[in-house]
Write a protein that binds this ligand. Structure first.
Ligand code: PLP
Length: 439
């Protein structure tokens, strides 16, 4: 298969900018926070992606999370090809949807019933409507720096692309809608208590990333998820644990699974999934308590639907990915992650670049600067870093054939396909990148 084209990345970006706003279909892809020309990718295999100029990069973006097995895993591709040959979309029930729901319910105990959708944004949006419909209340609490997709009401002080652009929210969101969202500093139980003390009987739900990873990685302090649940339940509110990013990436049972056997164990009412659950295709889900989930149409009064929901080709990619991700896969993800945390940190230290390493399971990111070397627990802490050091670091890595997330406010994603030669390429690139970050 030929992957190179005659057009350069710059040609393709110019052409894309004429046809597509900003030349991209999701803002962070435009490289605004690191500068330069985005790479137009034409293929991916294992730990590598290849751009239109035929250049191969070790990939530490992994499709923003889904590719835990590595790109184009032969088992997933074969299953998808087989499903595609039997029809792309039926808009009717299929056996494989139930298979995926059962698989998730077996792994994540708080999920008693599950509904499939196509994107993480849809999953959180539907979960919030469901929580409002169930409680009969309107207010929603979210944490500063958490990202839950781009629906109205969830963009106030959100992380991810918005943190990158340092925007307070988004134009086009009615003030009356935004006013239904209360934003609280992350990991700050006193602030959460204060919000509940003032508005407790009007709060439908607290939505929280199970472990925050859209402002860089910021894990919950021990017991914080549990405390959210206790406080919310004391006030008759629900908790939506957003595992779109962490679900089936940080463990077979997501972040819930990481904390399940500890003193910090918690039981959210609703859980949202995306990314890994579709194995690189558009599948996401919301699940949770049966009595809450059964308020969804057609059983209950909360409307939710989708032409492509449970699409057979996409769901096949998800089921196959989850089945192939055995204990050895998660052990490899953890090992590669730990090795990279250590080596990047050592390279930065060798060049005198003060930094912090932020870790949640196998997700990690780096904070640049002396003031954040001890780590950050919330969005204000993350924003206090010398973020300008990341662009030269990023470009030095890219020049050496390593593709990192194009923003310091994103997690790094490893795959189980990151073998010795891919890792060697990363390690070889680090000294020059660390020097670039130092200057
Ligand atoms: N929730 C979290 C925690 C996410 O990380 C994301 C996307 O990055 C979303 C929701 C939105 O998912 P999607 O981009 O599929 O709409």
């Amino acid at each position: 298969m030929t992957t190179a084209t005659t057009a350069t990345n710059a040609d393709l970006f110019a052409r894309a900018q004429a046809a597509i706003p900003g030349g991209v279909n999701s803002p962070v892809r435009a490289f605004r926070s690191v500068g330069g020309t985005p790479r137009f990718l034409v293929s991916a295999r294992g730990p590598y992606v290849t751009d239109a100029e035929g250049r191969e990069y070790v990939d530490l973006v992994a499709g923003w999370g889904p590719a835990i097995l590595g790109h184009a895993h032969p088992g997933v591709i074969a299953a998808v090809q087989d499903a595609a040959a039997r029809g792309l979309s039926f808009g009717a029930s299929t056996p494989v949807e139930t298979e995926l729901a059962e698989l998730i319910e077996q792994r994540v105990a708080p999920v008693e019933k599950l509904r499939l959708v196509s994107t993480g944004t849809e999953a959180t949006m539907s979960a919030i409507r469901l929580a409002r419909g169930f409680t009969g209340r309107d207010l929603l609490v979210k944490f500063a720096g958490h990202y839950h997709g781009h629906s109205d009401g969830l963009l106030a002080e959100a992380g991810s692309g918005l943190a990158t652009f340092a925007l307070p929210g988004s134009a086009g969101v009615p003030a009356d809608v935004a006013a239904l969202t209360l934003v609280v500093p992350y990991n700050d139980l006193d602030a959460l208590r204060a919000v509940f003390a003032e508005h407790g009987d009007r709060i439908a739900a607290v939505i929280t990333e199970a472990a925050a990873a859209n402002m860089g990685v910021v894990p919950p302090l021990p017991g914080f998820n549990r405390a959210i649940v206790e406080l919310a339940h004391a006030h008759g509110a629900l908790v939506i644990s957003d595992e779109v990013l962490t679900g089936f990436r940080v463990s077979k049972a997501g972040w819930w699974g990481v904390e399940a056997d500890t003193d910090a164990a918690y039981t959210p009412d609703l859980v949202t999934f995306g990314k890994v659950v579709g194995g690189g295709m558009p599948v996401a889900a919301l699940g949770g308590r049966a009595d809450v989930m059964e308020r969804l149409a057609p059983l209950g009064p909360v409307y939710q639907a989708g032409t492509l929901s449970g699409n057979p080709v996409a769901v096949t990619a998800g089921v196959t990915t989850l089945r192939l991700a055995d204990d050895a896969v998660y052990a490899t993800l953890d090992e590669v992650s730990a090795l990279l945390q250590r080596e990047v940190s050592a390279a930065l230290s060798a060049e005198g670049v003060a930094h912090g390493v932020q870790v949640a399971g196998n997700l990690f990111s780096f904070l640049f600067g002396e003031s954040v070397a001890g780590g950050a627990h919330d969005y204000a802490g993350v924003l206090a870093q010398e973020s300008w050091r990341y662009a030269p670091f990023f470009h030095a890595m890219l020049d050496a054939g390593v593709s990192l997330p194009p923003s310091v406010f994103e997690a790094w994603f490893v795959t189980a396909a990151h073998d010795e030669s891919a890792i060697t390429r990363i390690l070889d690139a680090l000294p020059a990148a660390a020097r670039a970050a130092a200057s």
